[in-house]
Ligand binder design. Structure first.
Ligand SMILES: Cc1ncc(COP(=O)(O)O)c(C=O)c1O
Length: 333
């Protein structure tokens, strides 16, 4: 039974504005290898609402949900709020290490992952780990929520298609957002859901907020259709690659006595690993003086002892990056 009128205005219902859903279906096919029909696209008010809808529709209290450790805590909080029991899965340089959970573990309902660029550490999940994860979730009859929050921003190496492309059993729900590729205040994202479930998402979206803002959906549909979006991503990829390089050179030049870091092929931030507790404390204390804003890895970890400082670079010019890191190093002397 439908709880809402199918169509309020031309082209819009709780799943989104029809032309935008078409544009996204074609965009994810070309850029991320995700094959889907526009009927499978659910426009959300950002990834956060996508996670909320998934929790509402797929989880019952006490269901088990697995998440990367460290991982995206805004997702974890939604699952916990829905009454889920969390399993924190260790990550290493190949991504989530699902084998570490053991096959006898009680069944899981959902696994939340960031395969293209692990949040917050930035590694890409290897093909072997992707296959292992798909097998594991199949045994558990679990769903995978693939958060591809910035799969577009890969600066070196071969682009790896989304995990969704390897899914033979229709258990991967793909999630994208315009927060990273355009700007976070634009509250628009999307889910690609199995077609037999799109009616349930339509109901849930309607009950949450009817539909995401129509005016923004219309502008975005034109922006994609007219080719501006693809051009924007190409331009930003070059710009951010240069900013990432500037960040790595500055850290190497000025902070290498204090921190280690791994060069990543993706992302819009760098993670510094202080060489000692003392270096960590010194870096945190001086960052405030030189007005460097940061997050810590522990903000995203169940294990609050995890050390690491997260620095965004996308919003700053190469010169600003170099100057800020130099100022920070001088303050440490
Ligand atoms: C892992 C991850 N997923 C999704 C998002 C974007 O969420 P939203 O679309 O709700 O702004 C972010 C933004 O920081 C993120 O880090």
């Amino acid at each position: 039974m439908k709880l809402m009128p199918r169509s309020l205005l031309g082209g819009i219902n709780a799943l989104g504005y029809e032309p935008l859903r078409k544009a996204i279906a074609s965009y994810v096919g070309v850029s991320r290898g995700v094959r889907c029909d526009p009927e499978q696209v659910v426009i959300t008010s950002g990834a956060q609402q996508g996670i909320e809808l998934i929790a509402k529709l797929l989880l019952d209290p006490n269901d088990r949900v697995a998440i990367e450790e460290p991982g995206y805590s805004p997702a974890r909080r939604v699952f916990e709020f829905a009454g889920a029991r969390m399993t924190f899965i260790p990550t290493d340089s190949s991504g989530i290490n699902i084998a570490s959970v053991g096959i006898d573990h009680s069944p899981h309902r959902l696994v939340y992952v960031t395969p293209s660029s692990q949040w917050p550490l930035g590694m890409t999940m290897t093909l072997a780990r992707r296959l292992e994860l798909l097998q594991w979730t199949r045994r558990h009859k679990a769903w995978i929520l693939e958060d591809d929050y910035n799969g577009e921003y890969r600066y070196r190496g071969r682009p790896l298609p989304a995990l969704h492309t390897l899914d033979e059993y229709g258990r991967v729900i793909y999630m994208g957002t315009f927060s990273k590729v355009l700007f976070p205040a634009l509250r628009l994202g999307y889910l690609i859901v199995p077609s037999q479930h799109s009616g349930a998402f339509e109901n849930a979206h309607w009950l949450a907020d009817q539909h995401s803002s129509l005016a923004e959906q219309m502008v975005l549909a034109d922006f994609i259709e007219e080719g501006h979006f693809a051009r924007h991503i190409r331009r930003m990829r070059t710009l951010y690659a240069a900013r990432q390089d500037a960040m790595y050179s500055a850290i190497h030049r000025y902070l290498s006595d204090y921190v280690d870091f791994v060069r990543r092929e993706t992302g819009q931030h760098t993670v510094l690993t202080p060489k000692s507790e003392a270096a960590n404390n010194q870096l945190i204390a001086t960052a405030k003086h030189v007005k460097i804003e940061y997050h810590t890895v522990s903000m995203y970890a169940a294990n609050a002892q995890s050390r690491g400082i997260i620095l965004g670079f996308a919003a700053f010019t190469e010169r600003q990056i170099q100057m800020a890191v130099r100022r920070w190093a001088e303050a440490l002397q």
